[in-house]
Design a protein around this ligand. Structure first.
Ligand SMILES: Cc1cc2nc3c(=O)[nH]c(=O)nc-3n(C[C@H](O)[C@H](O)[C@H](O)COP(=O)(O)OP(=O)(O)OC[C@H]3O[C@@H](n4cnc5c(N)ncnc54)[C@H](O)[C@@H]3O)c2cc1C
Ligand code: SF4
Length: 479
């Protein structure tokens, strides 16, 4: 058998083992086989250097994947790291949680030719973890401090990427966040088993050491208005993400133990971080021993079902109104959940929640898919007389997120938003309709991905820097 064939066989062995019960809990890990040096070299050498880097084209950051794979295959790991970090502020985080099957790996020519993708995400994670271990990742050292300041609202990936890029240039950066920690959804949304929190906290610490100031428990709209921040800083960036949970309006939706996804996931992440969480300890936000039903079909729903499995739920079901082919979530996430024993109830939607104070049952309707609607997706239609009942001690609503009403929240009615409530920006400059106020990440795109938030953070930093240079020149002229 050729050496190349042997490598393909090795890839197939990286598939996680099948889970047919919920017995193993603490040792459940997203990355089932840790990458080691030799394996990374071996995988990297599978890249055919095809010359048409579809992987790079489909990476939102245009990471120079073929070149850092080549350097890794040659054992030139420090150079591989330098190249990888030159386009990405958090390569080890993207390596862990990008939906690679839809981005770089899904478009790898080796994958396309049916031989299994080069595992780009795992290699990206390996390169950067190796750099951390070797002390190659250092805090920003500013050569020329510039006396202009930027206030960033939101310490998610968009805000953090922008903060880092601008600090490197020497600007004074203050990041405000209403949470008590930095990271946004990296810290309190995405579960620990997909993204270990030390990886997020390590990044925040590095930024602090590089001179970026963080102000926590500070909610713009409550602790200050947008206008007050505009007076304090030369530029303000809004990178607040989207947090308004979509609701299910059916009878019984006010019963106890029907929870929004973020409440459930935040409690679980806080526990993982060592916080005291009363609502978890008293059982309200803990799935242990319960029949859990998660409603929704996106990645957040998958995070909820897989978290419930790890909390020792008695049973975990996912109720989704479309079928498997039409799920919005990543196919890899769905198959992970299936392997871990989650039962999917396709083509079903809740009609009523039922119980005495606490939810006890869901009455659901069967759904059939009708003709495509305005969005081009086939419209779910209720099949009359198809009701069925499911036992539920805990229901988690994971139907997606919309933007909060920022103009109202920020006490700034003139701030322009789209019909979806996302902030309107000039797509060339990323500036809102308010001079010197920029926006980036989910609050502009709607719920998206970490890698896109990083891309936006980097792009808006370029734009802000240009704006500040012009502002400074104008000041000099007047002086
Ligand atoms: C459960 C879940 C799982 C996900 N899993 C993945 C995944 O596996 N892979 C992936 O690529 N993407 C995933 N995503 C999407 C991804 O997390 C987001 O696209 C990304 O975090 C958006 O970054 P952001 O910086 O725009 O906003 P966020 O990460 O939402 O950060 C916004 C920050 O702004 C702060 N803030 C908001 N309002 C105010 C205010 N008024 N004053 C002060 N601070 C404020 C918030 O506290 C928060 O810290 C997931 C999302 C969710 C909900
Ligand atoms: S950032 Fe995401 S899409 Fe780009 S190479 Fe890394 S894992 Fe792939």
């Amino acid at each position: 058998m050729s050496e190349k064939m042997l490598r393909f066989i090795d890839i197939s062995q990286q598939n996680p083992p099948k889970r047919d019960n919920y017995e193993r809990k603490e040792d459940f890990k997203e990355i089932y086989n840790e990458f080691i040096n030799e394996k990374a070299k071996e995988q990297s050498s599978r890249c055919s250097q095809c010359g048409v880097p579809f992987c790079q084209v489909h990476c939102p950051l245009s990471n120079n994947i073929p070149d850092w794979l080549k350097l890794t295959a040659e054992g030139r790991l420090e150079e591989a790291y330098q190249l990888s970090q030159s386009t990405n502020n958090m390569p080890e985080i993207c390596g862990r949680i990008c939906p690679q099957d839809r981005l770089c790996e899904g478009n790898c020519v080796i994958e396309q030719s049916g031989h299994g993708t080069v595992t780009i995400g795992s290699i990206e994670k390996f390169i950067t973890e190796n750099a951390w271990a070797n002390g190659w990742i250092k805090p920003i050292e500013v050569k020329n401090n510039i006396d202009q300041s930027v206030g960033i609202i939101g310490a998610g990936p968009a805000g953090l990427a922008c903060a880092e890029q601008l600090r490197k240039e020497g600007y004074k950066i203050t990041v405000y966040d209403r949470y008590d920690r930095a990271g946004g959804l990296l810290i309190y949304g995405i579960p620990n088993f997909k993204l270990e929190k030390f990886a997020v906290e390590r990044r925040t610490k590095l930024l602090e050491e590089g001179g970026i100031k963080f102000i926590y428990n500070y909610e713009v709209g409550k602790d200050s208005t947008l206008d007050q921040l505009r007076k304090k800083h030369d530029v303000v960036l809004i990178a607040t993400g989207v947090y308004k949970a979509r609701e299910i309006k059916v009878p019984g939706d006010n019963l106890d133990n029907i929870l929004p996804a973020m409440e459930f996931l935040t409690a679980s992440n806080r526990k993982g971080l060592g916080d005291k969480v009363e609502a978890f300890d008293d059982g309200k936000l803990n799935a242990e021993g319960k029949n859990v039903i998660v409603i929704g079909g996106g990645d957040t729903a998958m995070d909820c079902v897989r978290t419930a499995v790890r909390q020792n739920a008695k049973s975990v079901k996912c109720l989704y109104r479309r079928d498997k082919e039409n799920m919005p979530g990543s196919a890899r996430e769905v198959s992970n959940a299936e392997e871990e024993g989650v039962e999917f109830v396709w083509l079903s939607s809740p009609k009523e929640f039922y119980g005495k104070n606490k939810v006890q049952n869901i009455i659901a309707n069967k759904i059939k898919l009708g003709k495509p609607d305005d969005s081009g997706r086939r419209k779910p239609e209720v099949e009359h007389g198809s009701e069925f009942e499911l036992k539920a001690d805990m229901v988690i609503k994971a139907l997606g997120f919309d933007p909060e009403n920022l103009p109202k929240l920020f006490n700034c009615e003139e701030l322009k938003v789209s019909k979806w409530g996302t902030l309107k920006i000039d797509f060339d400059t990323m500036e809102t309709n308010l001079p010197g106020v920029f926006a980036a990440g989910d609050i502009v795109r709607g719920a998206s991905l970490v890698v896109w938030a990083i891309k936006d953070g980097r792009d808006v930093a370029i734009s802000i820097s240009k704006y500040l240079k012009v502002k400074e020149k104008n000041r000099e002229k007047v002086a």
